[in-house]
Design a protein around this ligand. Sequence first.
Ligand SMILES: [Zn+2]
Length: 319
Amino acid sequence: MAIHYILRAVIILLGILHKTEGAGHTWSYEGTNGPSFWKTNYPICNQQTQSPIDLPPIASMTYDSNLDPFTLHAFDKPGSMYNLTMLNNGHTVKVNVENGASVMVSGGGLAHSTYKVAQFHFHWGSNDTRGSEHTYNGLSYPMELHIVTYDSRYVSLGEAVDKNSGLAVLGFFFEINDDANCNYSPLVDAMTNVEYYGGNNFKMSGFKLRHLMPMMFGNYFRYDGSLTTPPCYESVQWTVFWQKIPISTAQMEKFRKLYTDSSKAHSISNNYRPVQALNDRTVTTNMKLPETTSSSSELFSNISALVFVSVFTIFKRWF
Ligand SMILES: [Zn+2]
């Protein structure tokens, strides 16, 4: 009887280990553990619906009227309400959300009704010309934010991570701005507490999740894909937003001053996976392009109005 229980415990433990990121194998973004070798230890990374992808131009995407606006739940509460813990995991800076509270997203045409926020993290480049995981029409951005959420019907991220549509990740591109983004200052300043992998974690008590996102976030792309790190489970409904987050070059530099080691020999940067083949997937959007004919006739009527006003003004001056 006792052996039966021990065996069960071992099987459960093996299951947990199997799902744990890394699961005993090291992986990285360069060299012999780099993205093209992930498939050796993580065969799912070699499957057909992987992420990230190069998003095609809006004009060639499919419009989907089911992609309604997102609703955010409790994003405006301070971090102390849901225990935000920042850490350096050697691959990125990640902030875990202890979600006994109901920090959730709904709407957005997601497969199930509510998705709980589990963590957020970033992917960035060694300079401002690269760093995002997704690209748009071949264009890279300096950084990409991922807010990782899981179907609230599961008890945890770990439970949902390999289930069909178990996860919904919200992705945001950054763009360089002359001024610092004040909303990001508390986060960027806190990163000095997690400078290297294996060091301290840091509680972000005052930070609000809403401050991560741009003011407007109504326009987005949707496709089915995967985790962008091993074990690359194909469980993610991806949302990549059209509205970008502004950030200054000085703020970007603070991300590049995070390290994989306490001796600070290796900084974390270019921690993005190259784009994967779209294969037979479709990227949909809730953005509707105006039809060419109506926009050209609108343009014509605008020009006519302008000519009329100009002529009228000249006429008035002369007479
Ligand atoms: Zn990510």
